[in-house]
Ligand binder design. Structure first.
Ligand code: NAD
Length: 356
């Protein structure tokens, strides 16, 4: 099995180095048999090839069983034209690989309850999954632009969903729920938006036709934003559109205490990509302070979804849990005695090795 590794920018190379240590440990002690090759994306892609998603990276990604991405972006590339900026590379690879389903689990570790800004009784035991549609909706809909009408400039975007796009993301959410607590909450704004009205109708139809064993509820996005803070434990799987999912999953990440903890999987019909949900953190890049656990947990998602090794995914999650339980903390989680990014990677690998 071949993995394309795209470290990207900022802390990308630091966190990915720790994920590679985990893959090496799995090869050596669990006979995983993974091989990997590196590619450039984001600012790194622009620096090397004048393109945030270079052709050579496209080829590498498409010839691999899975892609592991660090993060992209940084002040160095902020003034470039929009299509040349690092973020265009990220949207580019998601669209090019057809990665329509984005899974973002948010699980609160018992030992990290006090790292959140919310009260322990509210977040203890939270374990939810946001399933976000990733390659359509308002981020991609046409027409879009800024133009002058009646002597005034107007900015506009189009929120657009085809029935087939809603059907396929709804199916993914129902299937994920069957492996969890069997509950799906579909989040929309059907009281105001026509696009959401269709979304809700299609979700209901897919549910009735194929997944009536799963409990389905609906919530307007403004209420969902409130409920995530008020009582996050009520949620199992949340399925929603690109824009709403972007916002709600970042909100959900803060339930867990640090954005450095949350992995993600983006999956299409043929390819899949795994990445932490955070960005390139230019403020701490090159200092060894980054938390690599989101990236290491993204490797666990890769083992489960792309490499068909749920046994090893469980071991990686167990090793991370043990490191946390043993009090190993990077600076984003520690009140004192923080370890470096590399030391956290080593701590996970030594516990993983002990599970062999
Ligand atoms: P960010 O996620 O990079 O950082 C937000 C805050 O969280 C910072 O204080 C940072 O130090 C901290 N942080 C992030 N990851 C961490 C980790 N692993 N360990 C410890 N602390 C961590 O978001 P931002 O500052 O808004 O954006 C920085 C750059 O990243 C921008 O160029 C942005 O466009 C880009 N970005 C990329 C992605 C991606 O690659 N998927 C996602 C979001 C933002």
């Amino acid at each position: 099995m071949k993995i394309a590794i795209l470290p990207g920018d900022g802390i990308g190379s630091e966190i990915v180095a720790e994920a590679i240590k985990v893959l090496e440990t799995l090869n050596r002690h669990f006979s995983l048999g993974a091989e990997w090759a590196f590619g450039d994306i984001g600012g790194a892609g622009y620096d090397v090839a004048g393109d945030p998603y270079p052709l050579i990276t496209r080829d590498l990604a498409k010839q691999s069983d899975a892609v592991l991405l660090g993060a992209v972006g940084g002040p160095k590339w902020e003034r470039l034209d929009k299509p040349l900026r690092p973020e265009a590379g990220l949207l580019g690879i998601r669209a090019d690989l057809g990665l329509f389903a984005n899974y973002r689990p948010a699980k609160v570790h018992a030992q990290l309850v006090n790292a959140s800004t919310l009260k322990p009784e509210v977040i203890e035991g939270v374990d939810l999954l946001v399933v976000r549609e990733l390659v359509s909706g308002i981020y991609f809909g046409q027409p879009r632009g800024i133009e002058v009408r009646n002597d005034q400039r107007y900015g506009f975007n189009t929120m657009l969903y085809a029935e087939s796009e809603v059907e396929r993301i709804a199916r993914k959410a129902f299937m994920a729920a069957r492996l969890r607590s069997n509950r799906v909450c579909s989040v929309d704004k059907a009281n105001v938006l026509d696009c959401s009205e269709l979304w809700r109708e299609v979700v209901c139809r897919v549910h009735a036709d194929e997944f009536s064993d799963v409990e389905l509820s609906h919530m307007y996005v403004d209420n969902a934003a409130m409920q995530l803070i008020r009582n996050p434990k009520q949620f199992d799987v949340i399925v929603t559109s690109n824009l709403f999912g972007d916002i709600l999953s970042d909100e959900a990440s803060m339930l867990t205490g640090s954005i450095g903890m949350l992995p993600s999987a983006s999956i299409g019909e043929r390819w899949a990509m795994y990445e932490p949900i955070h960005g390139s953190a230019p403020d701490i890049a090159g200092q060894g302070k980054a938390n690599p656990l989101a990236t290491i947990l993204s490797v666990a998602m890769m083992l489960q979804f792309s490499l068909d090794r749920i046994d090893l995914a469980n071991k990686v999650e167990q090793a991370v849990e043990q490191a946390i339980n043993d009090g190993v903390r990077t600076a984003d989680l520690a009140t004192a005695g923080a370890v470096s990014c590399g030391q956290m990677g080593d701590a996970v690998c030594s516990r993983l090795k002990a599970l062999a």
